[in-house]
Design a protein around this ligand. Sequence first.
Ligand SMILES: [Zn+2]
Length: 463
Amino acid sequence: MTTPIIGLEVHLQLHTEKKLFCSCPSDFAATPNTRVCPICLGLPGTLPILNQGAVILALRAALALGCTINPISSFERKHYFYPDLPKGYQITQQRQPLALGGRVETPVGAVDINRLHLEEDAGKLIHTGGGTLIDFNRSGVALVEIVTAPCLTSGSEAKAFLHSLRQVMLYANISDCKLEEGSLRCDANISLSGGERTEIKNLNSFKAVERALDYEIQRQGKAQAQGEKIIPETLRWDEAQAKTVPMRAKETPGDYLFLQEPDLPPIQIEVELVDRARMSLPELPRLRAARFVLEYGLSQERAKLLTATKEMADCFEQLVATGATSLGAANLLLGEVSRLLNLGGELPSSHQLAELLALQEAGSISVTAAKEVLAQMFAQGESAHSILKKKNLCQISDNAALEKLAEEVLARSPGPTEDYLRGKKKALGFLMGAAMEASQGRANPVVLKEILAQKITAQPKKY
Ligand SMILES: [Zn+2]
């Protein structure tokens, strides 16, 4: 079978408060058509003014991907007619993009980046039973487009690339990268060597990217084998039918009229600005994971998991800084905390977790109680001490209280006590269970076990 050739175009909505060329807020999910002004509606006589904050963010994105920054980049008008484009053209960077080159390291290999440029978003069409409505809130929102080299060969590689790209962009705080809300969107170009190319538009989940590409590889392969020609067209992924569906004939650059944007001067990027932007980038995930292995003696796998998000990695280092052992902090974060995060919770503050960890390491709280405190922390955001007090969960390590508990349990369970004395060591497990239950899980199990064993053997023997 011939090799699939896949390239991706990823659009990221930049984390800016304002749109790219006007002062309208970027929160496009607001009531339709309430985030608009004459500039982003493309009314005649208006002039775009470039949002400098967006340029700095795009610069940071480019540096985080290892791109080379063009000292001078410029804007073009890309003309096409579509109802969501009120001006009749989109302002983009075609001839001189902001940055070139770069790469993203993924678990399945490096993916080369061809270019990164700034552009404005279009509006949104809402199809209803009664007709099509247009919401211009998104019109003019600041985007960067990242174009990969055509170096991917499967749906799973494309998915791995998107995961790694998203991780780096989240670390560098470029975008919130939410596929389902449209702040990260992906189009894929695909052909089999020697064949025509198709483009799949608006893939809005990692799963859709993988499935749509794998489907398209199979479809094109089958067509080639049967001697059919591949039509160069734009497709969309139909999740319900699990197939790609034609939308329109594929556009080529010749289908658009590109003209230099006369209302915006070229962007000139000074070396000092690049240096400042580079300095402002945080340590990125791969380097941070490598440092975690060296500095904290973690395995590569655990370091990778702990650096999966910046929040988790920051929290780990803050816990260690407050005196927690790296083993204890890693166990807490990769165990119960990760389980609760996967259920949709939000990471508690490192201060709250440090308090819990200290209680656990001092033996003032049992493993069961720690789980309960953590669940409550996720649900209510309360501190460990206040939860313990309210729920009466402090571990009982006091000898007198544990001795009393042991005596009560032994008095209630003469059968297992005799079994133990006759040599059935397993009976101690039953007695421990009964005593732990009587203490509602609060007894310190290590001390309790010792006391129970002592008390049994000290019992008067029956003959
Ligand atoms: Zn506006």
